[in-house]
Design a protein around this ligand. Structure first.
Ligand code: FPP
Ligand code: MG
Length: 344
């Protein structure tokens, strides 16, 4: 379990967000704390009609296991100017919970598809309780996400989350269709990442704008900021999968290789290395073989090139955000920087 997990239900913010929260101010921190409490209640058996026993226990454990809560943070920062303290049923808190619940649901399903043993250093629900348990826990969180958003009575917000959820599914399908393929080009990789990751970052920003002080007029520009940093986030994720320290990422290196996921650093490395270009990805079947491929990728410029693209996207996102009339816009810059400065 990540170091910050035990205090989550009590509302403590993830430690890696500390510099951003200090700059954002107390109201954002209060909203995040309220989000943590609300997420814990959403998963708790008492909130479920008829109780849900193991389902609720697994959902609660999944939510408590950590995560950076970047998407809720984006909802609050893009909705800046909301009432302080947040009133009961604050729409931004509901939106933040719904985005995080979709994210968690997607990860539960992703772990089934990837047959992942570990996430954030903990055994996945798939590993401990099996496929059916993981799929239904994901379904449960997915359903709760829309229930949470529906109560604020904003049809446009529900539609925005629905569009992003479909995008996630299409991105995942694309990933499966491209698995082990030697023909995945950069544009196709980026399209997949826009769908499976950037779309939910964009939605977090859009929901903030729609429900908060900025209003619908700022939604497109804030959404574009979210999409760009979401894309940068996924590129960094893919670099970390091949280059990260397992003690920091909470999983072994090269897990993408083992499920056939062709990512940007691998595409770049194959352009440079004849050995990697000739490699049949289906022959990589053990963690030791995956580790060996990671070492070969590290001998190329692939990590540097992929990171450079992520940095470019972040710089572009910051340039676009600079013209948005929003309270504490500079905090969005810190969030943008944090997606490319992370080690896990
Ligand atoms: C993690 O990426 C996975 C995603 C960003 C999206 C997964 C989407 C689905 C499984 C579709 C189902 C969607 C819903 C809404 C329930 P990754 O595999 O690159 O990262 P990882 O290394 O953390 O697994
Ligand atoms: Mg995965």
């Amino acid at each position: 379990m990540s170091a910050d997990a035990p205090g989550r239900a009590g509302g403590q913010a993830p430690e890696e967000l500390r510099p951003i929260l200090d700059a954002a101010g107390e109201q954002t921190e209060r909203m995040l704390a309220e989000t943590e409490r609300r997420l814990a209640r959403i998963a708790a058996p008492t909130e479920l009609p008829g109780g849900a026993g193991e389902l609720a226990t697994r959902a609660g454990a999944t939510l408590a296991a950590g995560g950076k809560r970047l998407r809720p943070l984006l909802v609050f920062l893009c909705g800046a100017g909301a009432a302080d303290p947040p009133p009961a049923g604050e729409p931004l808190v509901a939106a933040a919970c719904s985005v995080e619940l979709i994210h968690m649901a997607a990860l539960l399903h992703d772990d089934v598809l990837d047959r992942a043993p570990l996430r954030r250093g903990l055994p996945t629900v798939f590993a401990t309780d099996g496929r059916d348990a993981a799929v239904s826990t994901g379904d449960h969180l997915f359903a709760r996400a829309f229930g949470e958003l529906a109560v604020i009575g904003h049809a446009g917000a529900v539609q925005t989350l629905s569009i992003a959820s479909s995008a996630l599914v299409r991105g995942e399908l694309m990933q499966r269709a491209d698995a082990w393929s030697a023909d995945v080009v950069v544009a196709r990789y980026l399209e997949r990442c826009e769908l499976k990751t950037a779309s939910l970052f964009e939605t977090a920003c859009r929901l903030g704008a729609l429900l908060g002080a900025p209003g619908p007029g700022a939604a497109d520009r804030l959404g574009s900021f979210g999409r760009q940093i979401g894309l940068a986030f996924q590129i960094l994720d893919d670099v970390l999968d091949l280059a990260g320290a397992p003690g920091q990422t909470g999983k072994r290196r090269g897990t993408d290789l083992l499920d056939g996921t062709v990512t940007l650093p691998l595409i770049y490395a194959r352009e440079e290395s004849a050995e990697l270009a000739a490699l049949d990805l289906r022959s990589v079947t053990t963690p030791e073989q995956a580790e060996s491929v990671c070492r070969t990728v590290a001998e190329t410029d692939a990590f540097g090139r992929a990171t450079a693209l992520a940095l470019e996207l972040v710089a572009d996102a910051k340039r676009g955000a600079a013209s948005i009339d929003l309270d504490r816009i500079e905090v969005l810059d810190l969030v943008a920087d944090s997606v490319v400065a992370r080690v896990s």
